[in-house]
Design a protein around this ligand. Structure first.
Ligand code: NAP
Length: 309
């Protein structure tokens, strides 16, 4: 027998938690399925300095604990687990959690977020956890006294590189262009750090090493000349952006060319009536905790209106 709820929220970053807070205060009795990484991307971040209301900054996991506690205070029911299938073709909508627990819902909020992208090199997957990582906060500690490389030119790459200098003797940022994408303040912080070096106009063509010895170096390719050279390091951190987590409902809902859920501009309405999307899963542009939270609030209000109608 499936359990029924008026509103099911799938995913638990700033967007999902805020949707839960607003929906529970609107007495929609929401159920939130937390997903494989409860709290979302902020759980693997260190200091969050740009979330309003915290002038001294706050640690990402602490901020997410506060979000959760606030939604809980108003009666949100949290389910630990991952939605393994979702059927948007019939009413009520149906969700299966961890391939066993059945839920039906009159309305859905999709807040499944985005995940780190990988370069796509065959040895990247093989050496993941053996010197290759996409999370400095999670793995930086293992690289005390080592030489590291960070790939990417955005805010994440600057943040990861800066954080890694706590442990590494030297961190080289490898970027495919001659100019960074990161915000000025993050660039400045990285450029001023004496332990950070930059390798411009370069991509990683191969990763050297093995599971036994870990990463021993990289083969870098100059994108202008095509010349390849070996680069010695003991760890590679990939920080080249994120992709939306939409596998669960791809084919059932309209996505844009990059795979993000398409919403009606100025709302969180998707192509399926009764299904709303908020946070990074529908936002290729802003991707901030505060914008995710704002869109979570919109999704709860949109869902409330729809359920009332
Ligand atoms: P991003 O801004 O999309 O930057 C991705 C970087 O990776 C770009 O420099 C891009 O190069 C490079 N790249 C992409 N694919 C690549 C590939 N296959 N090979 C090599 N390089 C590749 O992603 P992000 O840095 O994760 O940031 C995402 C959002 O989160 C942004 O809005 C950012 O401001 C925000 N953010 C904020 C903070 C903060 O304020 N504390 C921290 C982290 C992230 P190109 O530049 O050539 O495209």
């Amino acid at each position: 027998m499936a359990e029924h709820t008026r509103l099911l929220i799938v995913g638990s970053g700033p967007a999902g938690y805020t949707a839960a807070l607003y929906a529970s205060r609107a007495e929609l009795s929401p159920v939130l399925i937390a997903g494989s990484q409860p709290g979302g991307q902020l759980m693997i971040t260190t200091d969050v300095e740009n979330y309003p209301g915290f002038p001294k900054g706050i640690l990402g996991p602490d901020l997410m604990d506060l979000f959760k506690a606030q939604a809980e205070r108003f009666g949100t029911r949290f389910v630990q687990g991952t939605v393994t299938s979702l059927d948007l073709s019939r009413r009520p909508f149906r969700a299966v959690v961890d391939e066993k627990e059945d839920w039906t819902a009159d309305a859905l909020v999709l807040s499944t977020g985005a995940s780190a992208k990988w370069i796509g090199l065959p040895r990247e997957a093989e050496l993941s956890g053996y010197g290759v990582s996409a999370c400095a906060t999670c793995d930086g500690f293992f690289f005390k006294g080592k030489e590291l490389a960070v790939v990417g030119g955005g805010d994440t790459a600057m943040e990861e590189a800066t954080f890694l200098t706590k442990f590494a003797t030297r961190v080289t940022v490898i970027h495919r262009r001659g100019e960074l994408r990161a915000s000025k303040i993050m660039q400045e912080r990285a450029r001023k750090n004496p332990k950070i070096a930059f390798r411009w106009d370069s991509v990683v063509a191969d990763i050297l090493g093995s599971r036994e010895e870990g990463v021993t170096g990289l083969v870098l390719q100059d994108v202008k000349t095509g010349a390849r050279s070996n680069f010695s390091c003991q760890g590679l951190f990939v920080a080249i952006g994120h992709e939306p987590n939409t596998k669960l409902f791809a084919g059932q809902i309209e996505l844009d060319a990059k795979g993000y859920v398409r919403t009606v501009p100025g709302t969180t309405k998707t192509s399926v009536p009764g299904v709303f999307a908020c946070g990074d899963v529908q936002d290729p542009f802003y991707r901030q905790a505060v914008t995710a939270a704002g869109s979570g609030c919109m999704a709860a209000i949109d869902a409330g209106h729809w359920l009332a109608g």
